[in-house]
Design a protein around this ligand. Structure first.
Ligand SMILES: Nc1nc2c(ncn2[C@@H]2O[C@H](COP(=O)(O)OP(=O)(O)OP(=O)(O)O)[C@@H](O)[C@H]2O)c(=O)[nH]1
Length: 307
C-alpha cells in the first residue's frame, strides 16, 4: 500500500479478523494490550473512546493527529495538533453499516511498521467504537421523531426545563413558538395519510432551515411543532415566526396531479422570571389558539392581536 505525499490510504475494515497488517506491528506487551482494551471498553461516549485510542496510538505513531467522521450522527471528532500533508484513511464498517471514517495525518510519511501498528490498534478500537456508536444511536432514537427527524416531545420537555432554568438564572431571553398546521385533517382526508406525512416532513425541513443553529426544533405531536429560541426576545421571535409562517405558505407539495399548499398558525411567548415550563408553554399555546380563532395562517404573540 502506498504512502506518498499525496497518497491516500483507504481501507474497509469489516471485522477484527479481516485486518491483515502489511508489516509486523511492534509487539505490544500483553498487559499493555489488555489495559488498552479495558480503557477502550470503559466508556460508551464516542469522544472518550476515541480520545483513549488516540492517546495510546500516539505513543507508537508519534506526531500524528486524528479525524473521525460519522455522517449519520453528524460527528467530526479531531484529536492532535493539526492536519498535515500525509494521511491514511480507513472506512470502518460493519456489514453494510458505516461506523465512520478514520483519518490519521502527519508531516512525516507513515512507515510500514507504523501502518501495521495503526491497523492493530484499530482492531482493538473496533468493538468498543461499535458499542459506543450503537449506544449513541439508541439514545438519539429515544429523543428524535422518526418521521421528521427533529426532536420529539420528550426531548422538548428536557430542553425546555434546562433552557428556562438558564434563562432565569442568567437573565437571558428565551422565546417559544408553538406551530400548528392548518386544516391538516382535511389534507389527510383529501390527499391521503402518506401525503400528509410528506407535508409534515417538508414543514420540519422549513423549520430547520429557517432557524439558527442554536434554535431547537421539535415535533410536539401530530401536526404540532415547537421551537425553542434561546437568547431571543419577543420581537426577534415574532420576526422568526413570521419568516417560518411565510416560508411554509410558499410550499408546493406534489400529490399526484394536484399540489398541496399547507399553512400554519403560530403562537409566540417569551419567558418571564416567574415562569414555569408549563406557564410559558401555556401562554404560547393560548396565542396559537387565538391565531386559529382569528383566521389561521398567522402569528399571534399577545392575546389581543388580530391576524
Ligand atoms: N399524515 C399524518 N397525519 C397525522 C399525524 N399525526 C396526526 N395526524 C393527523 O392530524 C390531524 C389533526 O387534525 P385536527 O387536530 O382536527 O386539526 P386540523 O385539521 O389541523 O385543524 P386546525 O388545527 O383547527 O386548523 C388528524 O387528522 C390526525 O390524524 C401523522 O403523523 N401523519
Amino acid at each position: 500500500m502506498n504512502n506518498t505525499n499525496s497518497a491516500q490510504r483507504l481501507k474497509s475494515i469489516t471485522t477484527t479478523s479481516s485486518i491483515e497488517p502489511i508489516a509486523k506491528p511492534s509487539i505490544i506487551p500483553t498487559q499493555r494490550a489488555a489495559s488498552l482494551l479495558q480503557t477502550l471498553h470503559r466508556s460508551l461516549e464516542i469522544d472518550a473512546t476515541l480520545n483513549a485510542f488516540y492517546q495510546e496510538l500516539s505513543r507508537v505513531v508519534e506526531g500524528c493527529s486524528m479525524t473521525f467522521n460519522n455522517n449519520e450522527l453528524n460527528l467530526c471528532i479531531e484529536q492532535g495538533p493539526h492536519r498535515a500533508q500525509h494521511e491514511c484513511t480507513y472506512n470502518l464498517r460493519e456489514h453494510q453499516q458505516e461506523l465512520g471514517r478514520m483519518t490519521l495525518h502527519r508531516h512525516r510519511r507513515f512507515n510500514a511498521a507504523e501502518l501495521a501498528n495503526i491497523e492493530l490498534y484499530l482492531s482493538y478500537l473496533y468493538q468498543p467504537l461499535r458499542n459506543a456508536i450503537a449506544y449513541q444511536k439508541a439514545l438519539r432514537s429515544a429523543l428524535v421523531d422518526p418521521l421528521t427527524n427533529v426532536g420529539n416531545r420528550k426531548s422538548f420537555s428536557d430542553n425546555l426545563e434546562r433552557e428556562l432554568q438558564l434563562s432565569i438564572r442568567y437573565q437571558i431571553d428565551l422565546s417559544l413558538l408553538v406551530i400548528d398546521l392548518d386544516h391538516f385533517k382535511q389534507i389527510n382526508d383529501q390527499y391521503g395519510h402518506s401525503h400528509g406525512d410528506q407535508v409534515l416532513q417538508a414543514v420540519a425541513t422549513v423549520l430547520k432551515e429557517t432557524s439558527r443553529r442554536t434554535d431547537m426544533v421539535f415535533r410536539y405531536g401530530g401536526e404540532e411543532f415547537v421551537i425553542l429560541l434561546p437568547k431571543t426576545p419577543l420581537n426577534g421571535a415574532i420576526v422568526i415566526a413570521e419568516r417560518m409562517r411565510g416560508t411554509i405558505s410558499l410550499l408546493h407539495i406534489p400529490a399526484g396531479t394536484q399540489t398541496i399548499r399547507p399553512t400554519a398558525s403560530i403562537g409566540v411567548a417569551s419567558a418571564r422570571g416567574t415562569d414555569s415550563a408549563t406557564s410559558l408553554f401555556d401562554r404560547a399555546d393560548a396565542n396559537l389558539y387565538q391565531a386559529k380563532e382569528k383566521g389561521r395562517n398567522c402569528v399571534i404573540s399577545a392575546p389581543q392581536e388580530a391576524c
